[in-house]
Design a protein around this ligand. Sequence first.
Ligand code: NDP
Length: 252
Amino acid sequence: MTDAAVATAAGDAAASAPTGRSVLVTGGNRGIGLAVARSLAARGDRVAVTYRTGEPPAGFLAVRCDVTDEEQVERAFKEVAAAQGPVEVLVANAGIARDGLLPALADDAVDAVLDTNLRAVMRVARHASRAMIGGRWGRMVLISSAVAFTGSPGQTAYTAAKAGLVGLARSLAWELGRRGITVNVVAPGLVETDMLREVRPARLEQYLAMTPLGRAATPEEVAAAVRFLTSEQATYITGAVLPVSGGLGMGH
Ligand code: NDP
């Protein structure tokens, strides 16, 4: 094995080392959230997920919760704390897309996207901060998007909300840094989930043409970045934006 291979193997092992932390993943019932939940559970964390519709996924503490509803979020944090201890790792993943050119974009679509993708992230981050401060340790990862940096026609509300997460993460990183709590952003490009299946084929081709790796990511590839940022190894990374985009939007 070369030195580089040894270092990589050591890094993988460290990011995968059991942490036994209390984790909450919002929108953990499918897509990227479910892959993150599985990855952190495999590392030995106690993982809770929120689900809003459908059946709860097997293998985790599952709490029914619409993140746009303050009462439901408050209840979810209480349930998680009672079952597995106060949240020490938050992955704010729940999100929606409602696309359309701005002149024709209905108010309810704008409201739904901003409420879910920005306001609700601020809500869960606030609850998580309260849970983490006492323990003087915490990891938050907010799931943004590569298009927050490139812009994307038809996605004004979505990109505004996802770009807003960067400001939120960086201000919170300042507020919580001295308590041993890090706040980072993961910015995926195309990821093979239900959300991607809603993108028009012609648009998808355009995005693929802008992606050096020439393919969409699997949810597990995004989960690997989240696993590292929430690991015991990522002690000195905060306020960072980690693209997991196959190069889509690189340099932004
Ligand atoms: P999916 O559509 O597969 O899953 C979205 C998840 O968010 C579901 O679990 C859904 O719950 C949950 N959710 C949506 N609204 C709410 C709400 N109000 N309250 C609680 N949960 C809610 O999407 P992805 O897995 O692809 O997306 C996950 C995140 O990654 C999102 O923030 C998305 O914007 C982001 N992202 C995705 C990319 C992609 O190409 N797929 C690219 C870049 C970023 P339910 O099942 O109940 O609807």
